[in-house]
Write a protein that binds this ligand. Sequence first.
Ligand code: N01
Length: 547
Amino acid sequence: MRGTADVSNSKFVDNLLDYDVVVIGAGISGLYQLYRLRKAGFRVCILERGTGVGGTWYWNRYPGARFDSESYSYAYSFSDELLEEWDWSEHFASQPEILRYLEYVGSKFDLLKDIKFGSDVRSATYEEKDKHWKITLADGMAYTTRMLVTAMGVLSEPTFPNIKGIDSFQGDFFHTARWPKDPVTFEGKDVAVIGTGASGVQTIQEISKQVRHLTVFQRRPNWCSPLNNGPITSSEMKAIKSDYKDMFARCAESQGGFIWTIDPRGTFEVTPEERIDFWETLYHGRGMNIYQGNFRDVLVDSRANEAMSDFMAKKIRTRVDDPEIADLLIPKDHGFGTRRVPLETGYYETYNRANVDLIDLNKTPILEITPEGILTSEKEHKTDQIIYATGFNAITGSFDRIDIRGVGGLTLKAQWDRKLETFLAVQVVNFPNFLMVMGPQGLGGNHPRNIEYNVEWITSLLEYMRSENLSEVEPTSEAIRFWSNHIMEKSAASLSNKVDSWMTGVNHNVEGKDTRLIGARYGGSVQSYRGLCDSVAAGSYKEMVFS
Ligand code: N01
């Protein structure tokens, strides 16, 4: 225990504090965390930087933004009433529909009254003597709270490329993750897009139909696979509703929390004809089945991965008319599924359009952004607008922008710069009463499924502390070591750990993030993660120190 073990006098609820719990972020995580904690009787509020709910789906309102997991599997499951009331219009809902859904959730559960919008949290300091957090906003407002829960998302700090002259551009420019609320007009415009990750792909395929001319600046192509979206008829929605219970159970049993389950067969355990037939079925099936429902060895065995990548390369060649352009769109530096697979609708055919050009930045790198466009080593590409689809300071970026100080004034950034370590992706040593929904070293996969689990686990911990009259919690160093080792074991086999991507913590636009961070995410299955978290709770949290 830290300090005086005056357990008998300490109470979780301290009326001198503004809150029992402050949650940062009103996205899918924060909204549910607020709902749960309020239901459990805690004094809780959300501090949210935006002016509305939605988090990811509030900020990423770029053209073409939509779910690429099935809408019904990627929404909340906690309320039967909500499941019954809400009808999805498409298998993969677009951003406006998703935002409407989250706004509906906010109103239905009367959450808005406890959300302080426009709250840009700049610092959070743990005041050891009083065992509470002091949180300060950009406008100078300050709050005190016993517990601080971050619900800030894994991908919420957008990054612009560090290219010379970026501020000199005189036209309109946008980042996909900071898209304006007012409509942007593309008609009659020459537009440049930098970045070909999942956001770039969705944007490019959408706006290519509207712009006068589109120039795509590609550094590394990704393996994209068809989304195969479609409307949901009322009878389909009825069937989906009647299957919700089983569907969520299937998600909980899958590797990543998706409705797709990895096929137990090995790639070379079937005949070549069966293999191709299977891949054809996946390619023409919906969403992530090709990524999450493929042969068991595709993401862990190089030979299997190469065969799958060859299949995907052939698909690109058949869909893109110009063989040289097709070749540019085929990844050479990584195999299928080792970086996040963007899901597309006519993306490859975009490059058959007369108004679209693809620039290979490996051959002709960008030298600078000029007032009128983008200067590569070959020429200046004049343009009216630039769209940066250049990704995020992922995983730790949302923490880095806040001055978070734990025991002895140590900053979280300094601690994580030395070594990224957490316990169960929820807690950090030296940072008492600090809890994270979907923190670093946590599960990727189907976020809403994992968010709901995380939120419920955190709520149970706080209820336990209240019932035991405990006012402070922190993980032990042994627990942290255990989790780090466990992360390494679980990630060892995955081919994606050998590849640079946001999932391995790499972002060349952010100082200090240019090397792979093995263990930034949990490589085990949903069951394995939940099993461990459940056993910690069942064992009365003996991996933590309380006071
Ligand atoms: O970001 P990214 P994103 N010069 O980091 C390029 C989720 N998501 O926003 O690959 C030139 O993947 C960079 O090039 P390279 C999903 O999990 C979900 O697209 O580093 N180019 C890359 O092409 C996804 O994985 C949905 O060589 C530069 C791109 O910018 C995650 O969000 C939709 C550059 C960044 O790609 C992130 O996706 C969208 C530079 N200086 C996203 N810097 C759903 O549908 C960067 N790039 C749910």
